[in-house]
Design a protein around this ligand. Structure first.
Ligand code: C5P
Length: 238
């Protein structure tokens, strides 16, 4: 399956409880294109947990956001390869050598290698937050700078906010994977995300993957929430 080609929605299963993650995954399986497992899940359930979720049969994005010296990140990527995940990520701010080491480590898996993508600027950060950590200028300038470095370092794509899609598509063309969190259906709680958009808008802008967590998992009926998003994206499927 081409990643995200059918249904671009990857649901973030942000929980420490494996049974809860499995229940969400089974319930939403018909309505999403993949599953994202992040630090909360991974730190509680480890590789076994990832394998258990992968057995559900959807592509898995291991959102580990690695950020360390190149040798350590390469080792971290190699350790993930046996899990058969489709995507893994690193922080682009770790630098070019680190991203190159990550890409090279993933390449050792040959045809089954996961895509390696770079986190540019977290969607929970705005310009004021960036200024506070020493980055002046617009968030989009920093996103473009880091995306160029990720591209030049051999990564398959980046994580960005929806309103950066057009800028990045123009710069890199269709082959560079754009993964977009901070997605909120109209009327959903924004939570800690600051740079948000709706699923439909993110899809129309050309995101390859839309990462959606709490609007699905905090719904009283996750399957219905995922179905509603799928129907918003693909009205003919409803
Ligand atoms: O619940 P919500 O839809 O906000 O979940 C978004 C998910 O995407 C979370 O798992 C978060 O860790 C992840 N993410 C993000 N911003 C990034 C990279 C990943 O929100 N830049």
């Amino acid at each position: 399956m081409t990643l995200g080609s059918q249904n671009p929605v990857y649901c973030a299963l942000d929980t420490t409880a494996l049974p809860e993650a499995l229940a969400w995954a089974r319930a939403i399986k018909p309505y999403v294109g993949g599953l994202k497992l992040g630090l909360e899940f991974f730190n509680a359930n480890g590789p076994q947990g990832v394998r258990a979720v992968a057995e559900i049969g959807l592509p898995v994005f291991a959102d580990l956001k690695l950020h360390d010296i190149p040798n350590t990140v390469a080792g971290g990527i190699r350790a993930v390869l046996p899990l058969g995940v489709s995507i893994v990520n690193v922080h682009a701010s770790g630098g070019g050598a680190m991203m190159r080491a990550a890409a090279d480590a993933a390449a050792t898996a040959g045809a089954n290698r996961p895509k390696v993508i770079g986190v540019t600027v977290l969607t929970s950060l705005d310009a004021a937050d960036l200024y506070a950590i020493g980055i002046s200028g617009a968030a989009s300038d920093q996103v473009l700078r880091l995306a160029k470095l990720a591209h030049a370092s051999g990564l398959d794509g980046v994580v960005c906010a929806a309103h950066e899609i057009q800028m990045l598509r123009k710069e890199f063309g269709p082959g560079f994977m754009l993964v977009v969190p901070g997605i909120r259906p109209a009327g959903a709680a924004v939570g800690d995300q600051k740079r948000v958009t709706t699923p439909k808008e993110g899809h129309a802008l050309g995101a390859d993957i839309l990462v959606i967590g709490r609007p699905i998992t905090e719904s009283p009926d996750p399957a219905a929430a995922a179905r509603a998003i799928r129907n918003e994206l693909f009205p003919q499927a409803s």
